[in-house]
Ligand binder design. Sequence first.
Ligand code: FE2
Length: 270
Amino acid sequence: MIDIHSHILPAIDDGSPDLETSVKMAQIAVSEGITEMIATPHFIEKDKETDKNTIIQKVEELNRELAHRSIDLTILPGQEIFLTPGVPDLYDRGKLLTLCDGDKYLLVELPLMSIPLYALDVIHSLKLKGLNVILAHPERNIEIARNPGRLREFIKIGALVQVNSLTLFGVLGKNAKHTAENIINSGMAHFIATDCHTARTRSPRIKRIMKFLTEDAAKLLLKDNPSKVLKGKDIDSKLEAYDGKDIGFFKKLTVFIDSIKNAREVRHDF
Ligand SMILES: [Fe+2]
């Protein structure tokens, strides 16, 4: 399996605090069947602007340490970028690190409490620059939790969707878990990743995901699509999401009832 979202690099953001924790996280990842992991420290404009060269250097150091300890995991460089109107300009000025430093995929996160009015425009301008934008854990956004169908607006303009395995395990609360299931079952997910931060509660656990998915879905979301990111190949946001076709009738019915409820709630909001 390939994990495209992690905070395994030591002492750079709110993830691993030191090298020993990073090594423990790597050992857990290997035991979970992860072979490659993209390190994606947070980048927040004018707040926590992690330096791309520092990330690349820390990735090399951690890979050396893992090889030295015979831990069979390859770390690749990346960043998780908080979406602000300045992101396209920051990219043009060479401040941002794309996934695997391949100039093809950008992992971005929305604020938790809203979908900013500029979000679609910014993603559209990034697309025009030839970048594929991956939305990190949209299930944690309150507006998407209220109406997961809003993700379609992003998918329509080419954005890809990454759901957290830990959300599906319930680590981030019932509401986020329910939204994550809804996103996957409605055919709007392209990736599942760990977004691991520690060697404890938010560790790189993913194997148990097989209980939630069919074999085909797991292959697409954990292997095939992530491998395209590593190889710099394009993914069609409309065609290459898991289509939810394997889920049972009752689950589909639940998703349908939820979507009606959500639509009503949104109407009441106006
Ligand atoms: Fe993250």
